[in-house]
Design a protein around this ligand. Sequence first.
Ligand SMILES: NC(=O)c1ccc[n+]([C@@H]2O[C@H](COP(=O)([O-])OP(=O)(O)OC[C@H]3O[C@@H](n4cnc5c(N)ncnc54)[C@H](OP(=O)(O)O)[C@@H]3O)[C@@H](O)[C@H]2O)c1
Length: 304
Amino acid sequence: MKAAVYKKYGPPEVLQVKDVQKPTPKDDEILVKIHAATVTAGDVRLRSSDFPPLFWLPARLIFGLFKPKKNILGHELAGVVEAIGKNVTAFNIGDAVFGTTTMLNTGSHAEYVCLPQKWKNGVVGLKPENLTFQEAAALPVGAMTALYLLKKANLKSGQSVLIYGASGSVGSFAVQIANQRGASVKGVCSTSNFEMVKSLGASSLLDYKKEDYSQGNEKFDIVFDAVGKTTKSKAKKVLKDAGCFVTIKMLTQEKDDHLELIKTMAEEGELKPFIDRSFKLDNIVKAHHYVDTGRKRGNVTIEI
Ligand SMILES: NC(=O)c1ccc[n+]([C@@H]2O[C@H](COP(=O)([O-])OP(=O)(O)OC[C@H]3O[C@@H](n4cnc5c(N)ncnc54)[C@H](OP(=O)(O)O)[C@@H]3O)[C@@H](O)[C@H]2O)c1
C-alpha cells in the first residue's frame, strides 16, 4: 500500500510517499481502507519534534529519542471496513467509519490502517451519514477536544464564552458546540477570519492583533484557549467570579460516547467541519508546509 513515511525528524521534506506492507487485522481489529485523513497541528509537531522545552525529553522518550518510532503520521481518518478479525462484533465489512488512531499510534496517512474495534483511548465509530469522507475525517480530534473541554468547564445554556483562537480546528468546533448549547460566543481571531467564525455561530468578534481581549470590560463564564497562546492569568481578568478557564494544553481524552455525540450532532446539522484546504496523499509535503504556517483555518484534509 501507499503511505507517507518519515524516518527522521525535520522539515516537511522528511516525508516520502512510498510502498509499504499492507497491515493484516488481528482478531479484535478492523482493517480500514482509508478514503480521507487530516494533517493536524499535532502531526506537524510530531514530524518536527517541536515540543515545548519542558516536554521535549518526555516526548522524545515516547515518540523516539533519535528517530521516530512510528514512521507513518496521521491520527484522524474516515474510510470503509475492508476486513475484520475473528472476534470483531461491532463492525461489518463495508461499514463506513471515522475516528482516530490516537497520537501514540498514528498511521492514517496511508491507504490502510488496522484499528481495534474497542479502545480505551482513541475511538472508531460509524461515519455520520450526511458527511463526506473528507468532512468525517476532519471531525474527531478537534470536535472531541472542544467537547471534552467545554464539558470540563461545565458549559450551560445562557452562559457567555470567549473562544481564543476561534479559527483553528479546535476553536471552530468549540464555537459551534458552545453556540448549539445555548451560550453566547465571542470569537477571538484575525479580522480576515471574522466572517468564517461568525458563520459558525459567534455573536461577537475581536481581532487579537488589534486588541488585547484581557483589557476589555466584558466578563465571561468561560474562557476557552483553543490555540494554547493565552494564559490563565490573562483570562482571569475577564472571567466572572465563578468563571472557568480551559486550554488545549490540558490533557484531554478521546471517548466512545463523545465520538457518538459528535456523530449525532453532525447528523442533526449542529456540527460541520470547516475544511480550509485538501491535498492528495502525493502532496503531503505541501500539506505539512501549509499547516506549519500556523495559519490554517479549521481543518486540512488528505485525499487518499
Ligand atoms: N489537548 C488536545 O487534546 C489537543 C487536541 C487537538 C489539538 N491540540 C492543540 O491545539 C492547538 C490548536 O490546534 P488547532 O488545529 O485547533 O489549530 P491550529 O491549526 O494550530 O490553529 C491555527 C489557527 O490559530 C490562529 N492563531 C494563531 N495564532 C493565534 C493567536 N496568537 N491568537 C489567536 N489565534 C491564533 C490562526 O489564525 P490567524 O491566521 O488569524 O492567526 C489559525 O486560524 C495545537 O497546539 C494542537 O496541538 C490539542
